[in-house]
Design a protein around this ligand. Structure first.
Ligand code: NAD
Length: 264
């Protein structure tokens, strides 16, 4: 897939933050995009950015709704005739304390982050296999590589997305379909804003310190721009790059501990 002009993409969570950054970078490369998102207000905001562009369409869907995702895939094929790039990006975070955690917290994060990724794959797999070409991009997180305290539900979901992606890449490569997994570090978005609010509150309540040799705390307020990340993802698709790491401040630490994960 050296030239993306005329290709078609489906991007979940594409109406905000990282997903929107990916959509913008794809549109700039001449890709037609179906933006899929749960929130109609986010979709309206995103649609306004692309007003007058006939190569962008939107669909309101919850990624955990299997029938809804199948219908969204069908809609994409009706509107654009094919689908070449499936970006499973929609995600949520919950970091309840161990004193307050409930099964509802687990169900929500795992069903959106892992289940939603599975549903995106399942909805488009027959199309991609029939075409004999295409690319799947799944958004994991640094939390799927480098564990930190008080993030166990989100980490479980993102480690799972990583495992799913790594195996699927090996499975689909002989069928002409690439699979990438993205590990963003802190990125400016609605999610990061709410997470920073939560952490600020947590820090003011509980003094924390880094145990000797323990994980490095993320640098405060250092989120990268979603658009920058979108560009990196698109370059990854063009190069058929499998693992796309996106936070240089973590790179040294990652290379030391997870050398095998890092694409050379
Ligand atoms: P965001 O909140 O700005 O955007 C997420 C979008 O997904 C929103 O428009 C939201 O409406 C949509 N969404 C949420 N649940 C959905 C559902 N069930 N079905 C369909 N759409 C849904 O967040 P973001 O920071 O851009 O996050 C995008 C992805 O990047 C997530 O998978 C997140 O885990 C991951 N990530 C974010 C960061 C960061 O620092 N922001 C770091 C690493 C990984």
């Amino acid at each position: 897939m050296r030239d993306l002009t005329g290709k078609v993409a489906f991007v979940t969570g594409g109406a905000s933050g990282i997903g929107l950054g990916i959509v913008e970078a794809l549109v700039d490369r001449g890709v037609s995009v179906m933006i899929a998102d749960l929130r109609q207000d986010h979709l309206d905001e995103a649609a306004a950015r692309f007003e007058g562009t006939t190569t962008v369409a939107t669909v309101a869907v919850d990624v955990i709704d299997r029938d809804g995702m199948a219908a969204a895939a069908q809609r994409t094929l009706e509107v654009f005739g094919r689908c070449d790039i499936v970006v499973n990006n929609a995600g949520v975070g919950a970091n309840p304390s161990v004193d307050e955690v409930t099964y509802a917290d687990w169900d929500w994060v795992l069903s959106v982050n892992l289940g939603g990724t599975v549903n995106g794959i399942m909805s488009f797999l027959p199309t991609l296999l029939a075409q004999g070409e295409g690319h799947i991009v799944n958004t994991a997180s640094m939390a799927g590589i480098l564990p930190t305290a008080n993030n166990y539900i989100y980490a479980a979901s993102k480690y799972a997305v990583r495992g799913l992606s790594e195996s699927l890449r090996l499975t689909l490569a002989p069928r002409g379909i690439g699979v990438s997994v993205v590990f963003p570090g802190l990125t400016q978005s609605r999610m990061l804003q709410s997470e920073q609010n939560r952490q600020a509150q947590f820090r003011s309540e509980v003094p924390t310190s880094r145990p000797e040799g323990g994980p490095v705390a993320p640098p405060p307020n250092s989120g990268m721009h979603p658009r920058e990340l979108g560009e990196i993802v698109v370059r990854g698709i063009l190069d058929n790059q499998a693992n796309i790491l996106t936070h240089s401040e973590f790179r040294g630490e990652l290379e030391e501990h997870f050398a095998s994960v890092i694409a050379s």
